[in-house]
Design a protein around this ligand. Structure first.
Ligand SMILES: [Zn+2]
Length: 141
């Protein structure tokens, strides 16, 4: 029992650390009431990923509390990778200041990472092309 509590503490510290990291890097891009907006989106989604339908942990909910609510889940899978069960809010157009309801979607961390990765890959290619063009390379098409 003691080790399960210990794991919950570690999970929460890790989640807080990741939240703080994101917050420190990009916080100025989000509206002041982002936490309220984000919470409302996640509550409206009934704490489920709107991409894959996976249930996710509520804010502040321990892993054991989450597993008590979801007996259907594999406890080992949840304990081994708790970040996968965190519900985030994605900006569909990748503009953090645009918090219109049509632009926000509750996504589990893996779906959000996948969604953003496609965008980041396109951005990287576009930026690389712009840099090459800036240095005189002509565009072929
Ligand atoms: Zn998902």
């Amino acid at each position: 029992m003691k080790s399960r509590l210990h794991l919950d503490k570690l999970d929460e510290l890790l989640i807080k650390y990741l939240d703080n990291l994101i917050e420190m890097r990009n916080r100025h891009l989000y509206p002041e009431n982002w936490e309220e907006i984000s919470l409302a989106v996640r509550i409206n989604a009934n704490w489920k990923c709107q991409k894959c339908g996976k249930p996710c942990r509520k804010t502040g909910q321990t892993i054991n509390g989450f597993l008590d609510e979801h007996h259907e889940l594999d406890a080992i899978a949840v304990h081994s990778n708790p970040i996968r069960w965190c519900l985030t809010v994605a900006h569909l157009n990748h503009t953090p200041s645009d918090c219109s309801s049509g632009n926000l979607m509750a996504m589990c961390a893996p779906c959000h990472l996948k969604y953003d990765a496609i965008h980041h890959q396109k951005s990287r290619k576009a930026n690389k092309r712009k840099a090459l063009e800036k240095h005189g390379q002509l565009t072929l098409f």
